[in-house]
Each structure stands twice: as structure tokens, then as C-alpha cells.
Design a protein around this ligand. Structure first.
Ligand SMILES: *Cc1c(COP(=O)(O)O)cnc(C)c1O
Length: 241
């Protein structure tokens, strides 16, 4: 069995055990395999092991990979999860199914307009990214501003507001990990309740949180979508593409 296949089995097992511990259904938690820095062949290998949703961070690298795998496109779901600059939004609108990293209205507006140029692709699924640890260097919008941005994104055509995404500061302390994820969940639950009758929030069902080192804490706090890279594909080279 290939290493990627073995790793995927282990990660799925971790997901199941954490769901069990949290009295949740494993089926309610999706697994996104973060393939950034790994070649198309690694994605194919994961696909043969039953993985269909993949996450990418760097637009150019991702678009090349998506094009190399164009024959498999109907079976794959591509999620853009990295920081997004306005000059790269067209490529993302043209090639991805999801974007997790909306943190400015301008980016959402561009994606909305550009997605409209590809009517065959259907709507782009998007999450608003929260800066939950309030670090200067991290992307994401402050908690107090999330609702305003969500309300505006919810109104845009060609986009479907699916939920919230967060990357808390790394910590070895599980209770600290859980505190950060809990803050995101509370924000999510609050927005969902408040907007339960609002059209743009019809599909607001996604909490994108949890990576290789904190997926258990994220599941305990209600994550519905894990973004797992190194635990599946192995350690990444330090060089950022
Ligand atoms: C790289 C990355 C991941 C995966 O991280 P691992 O620690 O390798 O699991 C998840 N989310 C985002 C936004 C990333 O950039």
C-alpha cells in the first residue's frame, strides 16, 4: 500500500475516533486533502484511495495541477484555501469549486463578477476567513467585522456563502486550541440563528477548521470540514512556491 493511502486511512481513523468522542457522526465531517507543494501524481494517488476534495494555497501552482489532472476534473473538488490577491481572482473563479479565504469584500466582488463569465461552472462556494488569534501577520477578518462581511457576500450573485474558516495560531495546548475553535463556532452559530430566514444564508452550513496537528480539537468544537495536509502527503519542503 502506498504511503499516501496508509496516511489517509490513519487520518480517517482519527476523524472517526474524534467524532465518536464528541458524540458526532463522522459523515458530518468532510476531509479536505491539502495538496499544496505536492505534485499531481500525489493527488491521483489520494484519489485512488477514495479522496475527492483537495485544498490548494498558491494560485499558479494549483492551476497547473488542476490542468494536469483535467481528465479527472469531474470527480475532483478543488478548494482554494490560501491568501488571495485581486490580480489572481480570475484564475480562482475559473478553476475552483470553493474558496475558504474571503476576508475582504473587494475580493468577493471580483470573484462574483468573474464567476459570472463561466456560467457552466455554477456558483462558487465561499467561506469567510476569521482571524481568531488576532495576529497581525495572519489573514482573515476580525470577529467584530465578520457579520458585516458575511451579509455583503451573501447578497452577491454567482457566490454561495457556505460558512466560516479559521487558522488559529499553532499551539500544543489542546485547551488553547479548543478555545480558539470554540470562538469560531460561537460566531457561526450566532450568525446562523440570526439569519435563519435570510435568503443568502440558506446554505450556511460549513465550519472549515482543523489541520494535521489540531483536527481532534476542531472536531470537538464542531468543525464540519478539516483541511489536512502533512498528515496525508507527508512533510512539506520549507521552500514556499
Ligand atoms: C497548509 C494548510 C493546511 C494544512 O496544514 P497541515 O498542517 O499540513 O495539515 C490547512 N489549511 C491551510 C489554510 C493551509 O495553508
Amino acid at each position: 500500500m502506498s504511503q499516501i493511502t496508509t496516511n489517509l486511512m490513519l487520518v480517517r481513523r482519527r476523524l472517526e475516533l474524534a467524532a465518536l468522542a464528541a458524540k458526532r457522526e463522522p459523515e458530518d465531517i468532510q476531509l479536505l486533502a491539502v495538496s499544496k507543494t505536492f505534485p499531481a501524481i500525489a493527488v491521483e494517488e489520494a484519489m485512488h484511495a477514495g479522496q475527492t476534495a483537495f485544498g490548494e494555497n498558491y494560485v499558479q501552482e494549483a492551476v497547473e495541477k488542476i490542468q494536469q489532472l483535467v481528465k479527472l476534473r469531474p470527480w475532483l473538488e478543488w478548494h482554494f484555501i490560501g491568501p488571495l490577491q485581486s490580480n489572481k481572482t480570475r484564475d480562482v473563479a475559473e478553476h475552483f469549486d470553493w474558496v475558504h479565504s474571503i476576508d475582504r469584500l473587494k475580493i468577493a466582488e471580483r470573484l462574483s463578477a468573474q464567476r459570472g463569465e463561466f456560467p457552466d461552472l455554477g456558483e462558487l462556494q465561499v467561506c469567510v476567513q476569521i482571524n481568531v488569534s488576532e495576529e497581525e501577520s495572519k489573514s482573515g477578518i476580525a470577529l467584530e467585522e465578520v457579520e458585516t462581511l458575511c451579509d455583503a457576500v451573501a447578497k452577491l450573485p454567482n457566490l454561495v456563502l457556505r460558512g466560516l474558516m479559521a487558522i488559529p495560531a499553532p499551539s500544543d495546548d489542546v485547551s488553547q486550541q479548543r478555545r480558539a475553535f470554540a470562538a469560531v463556532r460561537e460566531c457561526f452559530v450566532g450568525l446562523k440563528a440570526k439569519h435563519s430566514n435570510d435568503l443568502g444564508y440558506d446554505f450556511f452550513d460549513t465550519l472549515s477548521m482543523g489541520m494535521s496537528d489540531d483536527m481532534e480539537a476542531a472536531i470537538a468544537e464542531g468543525s464540519t470540514m478539516l483541511r489536512v495536509g502533512s498528515a496525508i502527503f507527508g512533510k512539506r519542503d520549507k521552500i514556499k512556491i
